[in-house]
Every structure is written in C-alpha cells, then in structure tokens.
Design a protein around this ligand. Structure first.
Ligand code: NAP
Length: 250
C-alpha cells in the first residue's frame, strides 16, 4: 500500500545484468522507483539504470557485498534515507559453481553459502523487519529448482538455495500479516559464461517445454508475486517443467 501520489519503491540486489536487469526494467515499467544494488560491475549497472530511467523510474545506485550483514543493512538504510519507504525487495544476488562431493575446497563451499544464502538472508531480514514495522511490504527471493531437486555436483549451491527456500517460508510466518515473502525458482534461463554447449543442450532437453526460458519469464513471476497480495510463503518454479520431468526429460 502506498501513500496517495507516491510511487512504490523497490530494491533489487545484483540488478545490473542478466535476470536482475530484466527484473529492474519490469519493475520500472510497472511504476516503481528502483534502488539498484551491485557488487562489482559498475558499467553494466549504469546501462540498467538508464533503461529504468527511460521507463520512468527514479533510480538510485548502491554498492555492497551483501554476504556481510552490515553492508546489507546499509542498503536498507540507503533506501529509507532517500524514499522513507520500501515496498518491494528482490533478493536476486547469487553465484553458481560446482562442488563435487569428492573434491571441493572450503573456500568455494563457503563462497557458495555466502553469495547465495547469506546475501539473501541479511537483506531479507533487514528489509523484512523494517517493512513489518512500516506495516506492509513484499519480498521475493531468487531460489532455483535445485532447491527442490538438487543438481549432482553442486552440493554447496543446492544447500544454499534450499536454505533460501527455508528462509522464505520461515520469514513468511515471522513477518505475516504485514509482509509477504515468496520465492521464484528458475530452471534453465541463462547459462553462466563458458558453460559447455552440450551440457546446455542436455539441460534444455530435460525440460518439458524443450527450450530455455528468458530473463523476462522470471521478471514476470517476480511482478506477479509482488502484485498478488493473497500469496505468501510459496516457491514458484519458472522452469519449463524441469521439476516435473524425469532426468530423461519425460
Ligand atoms: N541464470 C539462470 O538460469 C538461473 C537459474 C536458476 C536460478 N538462478 C538464480 O537467479 C538469480 C540471478 O541469476 P543470474 O544468472 O542472472 O545471476 P548471475 O549472472 O550469476 O549474477 C549474480 C549477481 O550476484 C552478484 N553477487 C553474488 N554474490 C554477491 C554478494 N555476496 N553480494 C552482492 N552481490 C553478489 C554478482 O555480483 P558480481 O558479479 O559483481 O560479483 C552478480 O552480479 C541468482 O540468484 C541465481 O542463482 C538463475
């Protein structure tokens, strides 16, 4: 709920590129002002900011490593200082790297937990408590179908994304009725740079729809969860049927 005449305000973590960029543009087109967070990639964030401004949004940039709790809280303080309100948080930041069970370093394992779980947890907690005190708000976190159906070879990532789902469901209980908390669980949307083409093809063939999704499919789902105020605590797969299909794709 916004005060008459005021635009709603959304913060998107890692909003500069790929899926984050599509979410920012969709929110801007839907009438939100946007706080655009980034960690390192300043040039891409400028491009996204320009796209959002052209869609009519006021845009504020904020840099930080969100696996550090104080930096996640600093993002929330930036939003409040400028807008005095927060309507939507999209916890989009994440990282994707394999950790096969026979050989992975502590460093990679911890990084997967930091970048996927803690970067969502600290912002969701900080924004969520503030939204609860404000009396309203919506949080959407980016999970992965791997949270529900784990990828072989990705122990740390799977644990982290399952943690995101547990976080979403717990916060939905803790912060209700003022704040709704949901997740989107994408399937194959955009492969990481350098992901082998034959493996990409195999993942696509394991969806029922036999095609990769687009970032805009994820952005649509985020908008739906922001708009529909009778939905909380759900995990919405946007996966072309990957969850339902067996490993042979049927
Ligand atoms: N792409 C897919 O098909 C797919 C499928 C399933 C789930 N997802 C999930 O959807 C979300 C977006 O996916 P994507 O592929 O567009 O992401 P991506 O290209 O992997 O980008 C992730 C972004 O998160 C940022 N980030 C990572 N750790 C961070 C931290 N500790 N603090 C702040 N920022 C951090 C990175 O910033 P820097 O680069 O500056 O470090 C990067 O900009 C992710 O949560 C991902 O797990 C994506």
């Amino acid at each position: 709920m916004t005060t008459l005449g005021m635009k709603p305000v959304a913060a998107v973590t890692a909003g500069g590129e790929r899926i984050g960029q599509a979410i920012v543009v969709a929110l801007a087109r839907a009438g939100y002002d946007v706080v655009l967070h980034y960690r390192t990639k300043r040039p891409t964030i400028e491009t996204t900011a320009e796209l959002a401004r052209r869609a009519g949004a006021e845009v504020l940039l904020h840099q930080g490593d969100l696996s550090v709790r104080a930096q996640a809280e600093a993002l929330r303080e930036t939003v409040v200082r400028r807008f005095q309100r927060i309507d939507v948080l999209v916890a989009n930041a994440g990282a994707f790297e394999g950790t096969p069970v026979d050989h992975f370093s502590d460093e990679i394992f911890q990084r997967m937990l930091q970048d996927n779980l803690f970067s969502a947890l600290w912002v969701a907690r900080s924004f969520g408590v503030w939204m609860r005190d404000q009396g309203s708000g919506s949080i959407v976190a980016l999970a992965d179908v791997a949270a529900l159906r784990p990828w072989k070879g990705y122990l740390a990532y799977n644990i982290a994304k399952a943690g995101v789902v547990a976080m979403v469901r717990t916060l939905a209980k803790e912060l209700a009725p003022a704040v709704r908390v949901n997740a989107v669980a994408p399937g194959p949307i955009l492969f990481p740079p350098g992901f082998p083409v034959d493996q990409q093809q195999r993942e696509i063939e394991r969806t029922l729809l036999r095609r990769a999704g687009a970032p805009e499919h994820v952005a649509e789902a985020v908008l739906f969860l922001c708009r529909n105020d009778y939905v909380t605590g759900v995990v919405l797969p946007v996966d072309g049927g990957r969850l339902l299909a067996g490993d042979d794709g049927y």
